[in-house]
Design a protein around this ligand. Structure first.
Ligand SMILES: [Mg+2]
Length: 370
């Protein structure tokens, strides 16, 4: 059995504006935005909820924001200060897990699968993180927990601001039914109106549309839509560790099909994988706990998919489970099979971050901090 994943998404509420208001209490209760000056055709980075009541939102040109809300208080962007706060938030999160994928200064995914904190409760862990951020930094964070990244991000948005929501595996079928298609990652305004034009407004509509129709209409994205509208998303949380990986793959002279044949091929690939692993100098399996196993499948139609997850040890049955979890829903001809292992560099991740901070450009720093 593959362990059910527990993914969390933490998202600070109006992050830049919240920092400005915290550090300048006279701004409390007033509409506040952070952004570029209107005389220089600036746009807003963030605004608080008081400003949002006037229709002001991020990415809005500052000049328009003042038309909507003349009493808006505009603060200049102070990136070094926001980055410093982001590092403090990252430090709080790292007290609970190192499996963190930062999305920007104010958002991150956490993989809490198999966590030892709070008897493995992702909900209690996220609530503790939110409380520490509030108590130590006086900033509000929203949090969400779900079995995958797609739903975790939706969950953190569900009770915003300063809210928490968990989507359990049992809740998924009901929850996604009414979810508007615009909430699906990768579905932008253009795609949303294309879907809407053919009557596909909620995930339930997409579910009844069928895989073949989705692929015919939307190409490769159709496969992803097929999964996402059912609440399925296997994207791994990609941490900022420097990771090593070892993998073996095989392209077949002729496409193979059927569970038995695929399993036989997968087993051969695994044997070769073990041989190569044995030649590795520092055998990563000793590290334990953080090993990510993955299976790669390329179908006859060249569509490629990788499913990856962390497991407590290295065992063929885990690869087998990963393979069938993905292949089971689409038993089609396969052109290539691969499997492998990624493991973290034993280097401490915080030390690593420090090194990069001092060497890399500003943009890179944004990517690797919280
Ligand atoms: Mg945010």
């Amino acid at each position: 059995m593959i362990p059910q994943r527990k993914i969390a998404h933490i998202d600070m509420d109006c992050f830049y504006a919240a920092i400005e208001i915290r550090d300048n209490p006279s701004l409390q209760g007033k509409p506040v935005a952070v952004g570029g000056d209107s005389s220089r055709r600036g746009v807003l980075c963030t605004c608080n909820y008081e400003a949002r009541k006037f229709g002001v939102h991020s990415a809005l040109p500052t000049s328009q924001a003042f038309k909507l809300c003349p009493q808006l208080i505009l603060m200049p962007v102070d990136m070094p200060r926001y980055k410093a706060e982001s590092m403090k938030i990252s430090e709080i999160i790292h007290r609970f897990t190192e499996r963190v994928e930062p999305l920007s200064l104010d958002e991150a995914y956490l993989d809490l699968t198999g966590s030892s904190h709070f008897q493995g409760s992702a909900t209690l862990t996220v609530q503790a993180i939110r409380k520490l951020i509030q108590d130590e930094l006086h900033l509000a964070a929203s949090g969400g927990v779900a079995p995958n990244k797609f739903l975790a991000k939706i969950a953190s948005d569900w009770k915003k601001p300063n809210g928490f929501f968990a989507i359990t595996p049992e809740m998924i079928p009901e929850f996604v039914k009414n979810l508007p298609v615009g909430k699906i990652p990768g579905v932008g305004k253009v795609m949303e109106s294309r879907l809407s034009a053919i009557g596909l407004k909620a995930c339930a509509d997409l579910q009844s549309f069928g895989r073949d129709n989705l692929v015919r209409k939307f190409g490769g994205m159709g496969f992803r839509l097929f999964d996402l509208c059912r609440g399925i998303d296997d994207e791994p949380v990609v941490t900022d560790w420097i990771r090593k990986s070892l993998s073996v793959e095989d392209t077949f002279a002729q496409d193979i099909q059927g569970a038995e044949l695929c399993l036989a091929e997968l087993s051969k690939i695994y044997q070769e994988f073990l041989r190569r692993l044995a030649r590795q100098e520092d055998n990563p399996v000793q590290i334990g706990g953080r090993n990510q196993l993955f299976v790669k499948i390329k179908y006859g139609d060249f569509r490629q998919t990788t499913i990856e997850r962390s497991f407590p040890s290295l065992d063929f049955t885990y690869f087998q489970d990963l393979f069938f979890e993905r292949y089971g829903t689409s038993p089609k001809p396969i052109r290539l099979l691969g499997l492998g292992l990624r493991w973290p560099d034993p280097l401490d991740s915080r030390q690593l971050r420090f090194d990069l901070d001092t060497r890399e450009t500003e943009d890179r720093v944004i990517e690797i901090t919280f």
